[in-house]
Design a protein around this ligand. Structure first.
Ligand SMILES: Nc1nc2c(ncn2[C@@H]2O[C@H](COP(=O)(O)OP(=O)(O)OP(=O)(O)O)[C@@H](O)[C@H]2O)c(=O)[nH]1
Ligand SMILES: [Zn+2]
Length: 386
């Protein structure tokens, strides 16, 4: 039978015209993908327009394309902590701004140098490289936020767009849409697949996959027993928000406690009979696997897990727990007993409207490698040890 769009009850008469929110998500996701492949994009806000490319991915062709699209000399936008490392201020004063702009000496705009300025784990900066601080252009904060949405280092080369843009091949995105993207994307999460997957220690398990309209990676809910029925009876099921950790969850890395926490939560829910584990595609506390590996390099050089994130230009914890709250609500769970040691997780989930009926400690003994990491989580993130 030929496919008939009109017969699909989910596609109404206006379906050919995506609404403004869908267009905004689409534009941001496409723009982040352009940055990932080293292509310039146009960032607009009010009467301002910046052309930018990611320092980490841009090659010589991308830089030449950028130069043809802008007026003036491009500047390098960096997160303040990274800027302080490559262009220290003469006197120490508190850094207030979201982004710092650096002007590079003429003729020094080459991809390898940009990468060295952006990435504290890349090749050392050539001796005598001088970068001068200049006022950051409008939209600089949104420019860095867009790079971060692409899981790239927050480091972009940027200049005001030349008159007459946009060009048809240049992707354009609104700065307000970039800043609103994480919360907007979370509201569009929908269930797309479900199957029983018996697990060791919890044979009565199902996996539900949730996809957002942004085109991003799916988040998963692992339901053990019938937590939605516990909720329907007025109870608060055991719940765990677990952020993806490729190294710990899959490979059994000893650097962190994620593997034992993941399997321990499943075992505990299996013993209790019911529970829900939200498995968030927010690797490395939201910075992505590539940046987490960079953070590990910095930790091997003496920084702790928090300062390593900051040295890369990221915040200490970049996760968005609105995703978890939306998924829980769609499953029918409004109140939980949360397995966690992290007070920030409790506060964030509560701020997203999920009732916290109690906290269940979820600590595992150090393994001889992750001792410093656990100690840092307690001392600097305020993790509760019992
Ligand atoms: N950036 C960064 N991420 C890390 C590091 N070590 C582990 N992670 C990530 O941290 C996340 C694990 O955090 P969770 O276990 O969900 O949460 P938590 O903040 O430790 O709080 P708990 O609920 O008490 O476990 C995973 O995404 C890991 O990939 C690190 O050194 N740097
Ligand atoms: Zn881990």
């Amino acid at each position: 039978m030929p496919l008939s769009i009109a017969s699909d009850p989910h596609i109404g008469p206006d379906a050919a015209v995506p609404d403004a929110a869908a267009l905004a998500l689409r534009a941001v996701h496409r723009a982040a993908a352009e940055l990932r492949r080293g292509t310039p994009v146009l960032l607009r806000g009010g009467d301002q327009a910046l052309v930018l490319a990611a320092a980490e991915t841009v090659g010589a062709p991308g830089l030449a394309e950028l130069a043809s699209l802008v007026r003036g000399t491009p500047v390098l936008l960096l997160a303040p902590v990274r800027a302080a490392a490559v262009a220290p201020l003469p006197i120490l004063r508190p850094v207030q701004e979201d982004a710092v702009a650096l002007r590079l000496p003429p003729g020094l705009l080459d991809p390898a140098l940009l990468r060295s300025l952006a990435d504290p784990t890349a090749d050392r900066l050539p001796e005598g490289t001088r970068a001068e601080r200049v006022p950051a252009p409008p939209l600089a904060a949104a420019a860095l936020a867009l790079a971060k949405l692409g899981r790239l280092l927050p480091a972009v080369i940027a200049a005001p767009a030349r008159e007459g843009l946009p060009r048809p091949d240049l992707l354009s995105v609104e700065s307000a849409d970039v800043l609103a993207y994480p919360a907007e994307a979370a509201t569009t999460l929908r269930r797309v697949a479900e199957a029983a997957v018996p697990l060791e220690g919890a044979p009565d398990a199902r996996i539900l996959a949730f996809r957002a309209a942004d085109g991003g990676i799916e988040h998963l809910a692992i339901l053990i027993g019938k937590p939605e029925e516990v909720a329907a009876r007025g109870g608060a099921p055991l719940a765990r928000l677990h952020s993806e950790c490729f190294t710990g969850d899959l490979l059994g890395s000893l650097r962190c406690d994620c593997g034992p926490q993941l399997r321990g939560a499943i075992r505990r829910m299996g013993e209790a009979g019911d529970g829900v584990l939200i498995y968030l595609a927010q690797e490395g506390r939201g910075i992505g696997l590539v940046n987490k590996l960079r953070a590990y390099r910095l930790q091997d050089g003496g920084l702790d897990t928090l300062d390593a994130n900051r040295a890369l230009g990221w915040g200490a914890d970049e996760r968005n727990f609105m995703v978890a709250a939306t998924m829980l609500r769609q499953i029918g769970i409004e109140r939980v007993r949360l397995l966690t040691n992290n007070p920030e997780k409790l506060a964030s989930l509560a701020a997203c409207g999920i009732g916290i009926e109690g906290r269940e400690a979820h600590a595992f003994a150090p393994n001889g490698v992750n001792d410093g990491y656990l100690e840092t989580k307690a001392r600097r993130f305020g993790h509760l040890l019992a």
